[in-house]
Design a protein around this ligand. Structure first.
Ligand code: ACM
Length: 516
């Protein structure tokens, strides 16, 4: 025992910082430590394989490492001490995986794809002392990484967060910061909830009143002033996100939650017996043509293969049976009952998107026998049961259940949230989107992934958005990325201590874990 103990002391001294804790969030698939460490110096430089046709990866890496180290990290054509290499595709690494090797002399990140290389960069940042995330030069830090080999790739292809900008508008600077943080956690989808009853936030040139009328008369914090994103701003955000491997899925709510659009264009709304408008579109030919024109502009702005068309909480579908023109149209189409009318409408929009090479996503309510199976079901009610039943019917599914992923819920009883329900980080972490007790592995192939929701009724500022998102989004990122058998809440909690120190450097206003 004594010999072993002395051995361990020598071992410790010999390895030096190589014994430092490694705390990567989300946890990588495989990590093997080897001898020694690599230390960043003013001479450390970067080579990005020309096959990536993208010098930006190197610029981004330098941008991540320069401010806190004060080193330049210049890019060199060949032989850099940090190398980002493109390799042949492998089944294991897929479209987002990478290998990272740290030796005493070199760091090599290898991937068949830009996405994988980018995730290699995110891991590399997290291997350095947390001070690397500071925005100004840090004195007295030894920038050493323990030597190791990592093989890493995601469990799910859809790893998202929903940001609701209808209830409360978020400015471009905040959205970019938010995207930076998604990237750090290897999340790849921003579901942008751009319109709802309080406000319409996306400029549509064919229907200018959507924003001139529909973005202002709302209970938003910017009450009385049109607050929306111009098409130019949207392009800027889409590009900013794409540079960080994040796909933005825009949501245009159809046919419910459409109060803002109906305020702007009353002719789109279904009317009740008293002639009153609510928040549901009618199904007149002209309205459907208008919705397709709106989607045309949305498609132009967003390269995403998925376009979200809402479909949730259409409380007032009965209006289709009293709204004269909707009623006549339903009869003409031989559609009986509100649910059939909605299914027809979602299929109509889904087919339109499909004809443009896109796929529609809709909330769980749209699921049913007659729904076009090309449409993706986003399961939100309760624990995600609709997602399970839809996957069994061969629908692709994104799991977004309120029980585990509604981050508008408070994190403790005495905090503010949209509902009384509490959702802790530990409860989020416990979620397994593959439902192994309910789905066969073939059925589970239909689970595209997982998403957290930041509905913003009670989230007036970016600071509050941070508070509601983190650290729960760290848990969500790990659900989406790390193999189930690698996940342990205890181990996550330990890594989170270091990780929150990183978020401190990034000035993310997360909820401290010490608060009970
Ligand atoms: C939802 O929460 N209505 C999707």
């Amino acid at each position: 025992m004594r010999v072993l103990h002395i051995g361990m002391v020598i071992f410790g001294a010999y390895w030096g910082t190589a014994n430092a804790e490694v705390s990567i969030v989300p946890h990588p698939v495989e990590l093997t430590r080897t001898r020694g460490g690599f230390t960043l110096t003013p001479h450390t430089n970067i080579t990005v394989d020309s096959a990536f046709k993208d010098k930006m990866l190197g610029t981004m890496l330098a941008g991540y490492l320069s401010p806190s180290t004060g080193f330049p990290f210049s890019q060199v054509k060949t032989g850099g001490t940090i190398q980002i290499k493109k390799i042949r595709p492998t089944k294991l690494l897929g479209t987002e995986g990478y290998r990272l090797s740290v030796t005493r002399k070199q760091i090599i990140i290898e991937s068949p794809t830009r996405a994988g290389a980018f995730y290699g960069l995110q891991t590399l940042r997290q291997l350095l002392p947390p001070e690397i995330f500071a925005s100004s030069k840090q004195e007295g830090v030894l920038w050493t990484i323990p030597c190791m080999d990592i093989v890493d790739y995601p469990r799910f292809q859809w790893r998202g967060l929903l940001m609701d900008v209808s209830r409360h508008f978020m400015d471009l600077d905040y959205i970019k910061r938010f995207i930076d943080q998604l990237a750090l956690h290897k999340l790849n989808t921003l579901h942008w909830h751009l319109c709802d009853n309080p406000a319409w936030r996306i400029e549509i040139k064919s229907y200018p009143k959507l924003t001139s009328e529909g973005s202002s008369k709302s209970r938003t914090i910017n009450y009385g002033k049109p607050m929306f994103y111009t098409q130019e701003q949207i392009r800027e955000v889409v590009q900013y996100a794409a540079d960080r491997q994040i796909n933005i899925v825009p949501e245009i709510e159809i046919p419910g939650h459409s109060g803002a659009a109906i305020r702007a264009y009353p002719e789109f709304g279904a009317r009740d017996e008293q002639g009153k408008l609510g928040d549901v579109f009618n199904i007149r030919d002209e309205t459907i043509t208008a919705l397709k024109t709106i989607l045309d502009e949305v498609i132009e702005l967003f390269p995403s293969s998925y376009i979200h068309c809402g479909g949730d909480e259409v409380w007032h579908t009965w209006v289709w049976e009293v709204d004269a023109e909707s009623k006549a149209k339903a009869q003409r189409l031989g559609l009986e009952g509100a649910h059939n009318i909605q299914t027809w409408l979602m299929n109509e929009m889904g087919s339109y998107l499909e004809s443009k090479g896109r796929r529609m996503v809709g909330w769980g309510e749209i699921a049913g026998e007659k729904l076009n199976t090309n449409i993706v079901v986003m399961a939100w009610r309760k624990g995600g049961e609709t997602g399970v039943s839809s996957a069994k019917k061969r629908f692709d599914v994104v799991m977004a259940p309120e029980k585990y992923t509604y981050f508008d819920r408070r994190q403790a009883r005495d905090e503010e949230g949209y509902t009384k329900a509490v959702l802790t980080t530990e409860e989020v972490y416990a979620f397994n989107p593959a439902f192994p007790h309910a789905l066969t592995s073939a059925e589970a192939q239909h689970i595209l992934g997982v998403q957290g929701q930041l509905w913003s009724e009670k989230i007036p500022t970016g600071k509050r958005m941070d508070y509601m998102a983190y650290p729960r989004a760290c848990a969500l990122a790990e659900i989406g990325w790390s193999p189930q058998e690698r996940r342990s809440y205890k181990n996550f909690q330990k890594r989170l201590e270091t990780h929150l120190y990183r978020l401190d450097q990034l000035k993310v206003n997360y909820r401290p874990v010490s608060v009970k």
